[in-house]
Design a protein around this ligand. Structure first.
Ligand code: NAP
Length: 295
C-alpha cells in the first residue's frame, strides 16, 4: 500500500484561525466589542509559560482581547478562586482559561468547579461535560474538538465507523469518545488496564492515540487504510543531546499501513489553540445573545 496521506494540522489550524479572525472583525464592526480571553498562569512551569504566551499571541492575531494574569507559585487556592470570581463577573471577559498543572496546594477540580460554565473555554466544567455527553450545546475541550475537525476534513461523514480511543483522560480521551459517539461512530475507549491493546486497535477505522507514551502504537496495531490521529507529545532523548518530539504512534511504520495520519509536531497540536480561539468567540456570542458565526 502507498504511504499514508499526511493530515496537515498546521494548514487546518491556520484556516480556522483566519475564520475566527474574520468573525471577530465582523463582531467588532457590528457590535463594537472584542471577545476577551483571560489566561491565568500560576507559578513558573516553563512549558505552561510557553503555552500561555502562545495563546496570548494567537488571541491578539485573531483580533481577540488577551488578558493575562500571572500569579506566583506560592498563591493559595482561595486567592486563585477570588481571581476566578472576579473574571466570572467581569463583563469584558468572555473566556477564562486556568493553565494546568497548578501548584500542589491548589486542587484543580475546585478551580474548574468555580468557573462560570459560559466562560469555560477549556470545556472542563461539569456543566459542559454533561451537555457534551447528553447532546446539548456546550463548550467542547479544544484538543479533541481539533481532532474531530481533522477527522471530518479527512473522512467526511464518520457515521458507522469503528473508532478506538486510546486514553481516558478528562482532557482528551473521554471528550474525544463523546464527540465520536455524537458522530455516530461505534466507539471503544481503551486505557492502561485494557487487555490486548493491539487487537483492540486493529479493529479501528479511526484510531486516536492519547496516552503520553512515546511511539507505543506500532505499525502492526493499525488496520490497513485506517485514519490515525496522534495526540501524544513526548520529548525523547537523541544522541546529539538536543532531544526531539514524538507522538504516541511509531510514525514511520504506521505510515506504511494507515490511510491517513497526523504528524507530530504539526498535526493535532496547532489545532488546540485554534479551537480555543473558536470557543472564546462562540462563548462571547452566546453570553451576549448574538447569532453564532458558523465556524
Ligand atoms: P493523561 O491524563 O496522562 O492520560 C493518559 C491516558 O492514557 C490515561 O487514560 C491512561 O490510562 C492511558 N495510558 C497510559 N499508559 C497507557 C498504556 N501503556 N496503555 C494504554 N493506555 C495507557 O494524558 P492526557 O492529558 O490525556 O494526554 C495524552 C497525551 O496527549 C500526552 O502525550 C499529552 O502531552 C498529549 N496532549 C497533547 C495535546 C495537544 O494539544 N496536542 C493536548 C493535550 C494532551 P489510565 O486512565 O488507566 O491511567
Amino acid at each position: 500500500m502507498a504511504e499514508a496521506r499526511l493530515i496537515d494540522g498546521k494548514a487546518a489550524a491556520a484556516s480556522l484561525r483566519a475564520a475566527v479572525a474574520k468573525a471577530a472583525a465582523d463582531i467588532k464592526a457590528k457590535h463594537g466589542f472584542q471577545p476577551g480571553l483571560a489566561a491565568v498562569l500560576v507559578g513558573e512551569d516553563p512549558a505552561s509559560q510557553v503555552y500561555v504566551k502562545s495563546k496570548g499571541k494567537a488571541s491578539i492575531e485573531a483580533g481577540l482581547k488577551s488578558i493575562e494574569h500571572r500569579l506566583p507559585a506560592s498563591t493559595g487556592e482561595s486567592q486563585l478562586l477570588d481571581l476566578v470570581a472576579r473574571l466570572n463577573a467581569d463583563p469584558e471577559v468572555d473566556g477564562i482559561l486556568v493553565q494546568l498543572p497548578l501548584p500542589k496546594q491548589i486542587d484543580p477540580q475546585h478551580v474548574i468547579d468555580s468557573l462560570d460554565p459560559a466562560k469555560d473555554v477549556d470545556g472542563f466544567h461539569a456543566a459542559n461535560v454533561g451537555r457534551l455527553w447528553s447532546g446539548g450545546k456546550s463548550l467542547v475541550p479544544c484538543t479533541p474538538y481539533g481532532c474531530l475537525l481533522l477527522l471530518r476534513q479527512t473522512l467526511g461523514n464518520l457515521a458507522g465507523l469503528n473508532a478506538v480511543v486510546l486514553g481516558r483522560s478528562n482532557i482528551v480521551g473521554k471528550p474525544m469518545a463523546a464527540l465520536l459517539l455524537a458522530e455516530s461512530c461505534t466507539v471503544t475507549i481503551a486505557h492502561s488496564k485494557s487487555r490486548d491493546l493491539k487487537a483492540i486497535s486493529r479493529q479501528a477505522d479511526i484510531l486516536v492515540a492519547a496516552v503520553g507514551k512515546p511511539e507505543m502504537v506500532k505499525g502492526d496495531w493499525i488496520k490497513l487504510g485506517a485514519t490515525v490521529i496522534d495526540v501524544g507529545i513526548n520529548r525523547i532523548a537523541t544522541p546529539d543531546g538536543k532531544g526531539k518530539l514524538v507522538g504516541d504512534v511509531a510514525f514511520a511504520e504506521a505510515s506504511q499501513v494507515a490511510g491517513a495520519i497526523t504528524p507530530v509536531p504539526g498535526g493535532v497540536g496547532p489545532m488546540t489553540i485554534a479551537c480555543l480561539l473558536r470557543n472564546t468567540l462562540l462563548a462571547s456570542c452566546r453570553r451576549r445573545g448574538l447569532a453564532e458565526p458558523a465556524i
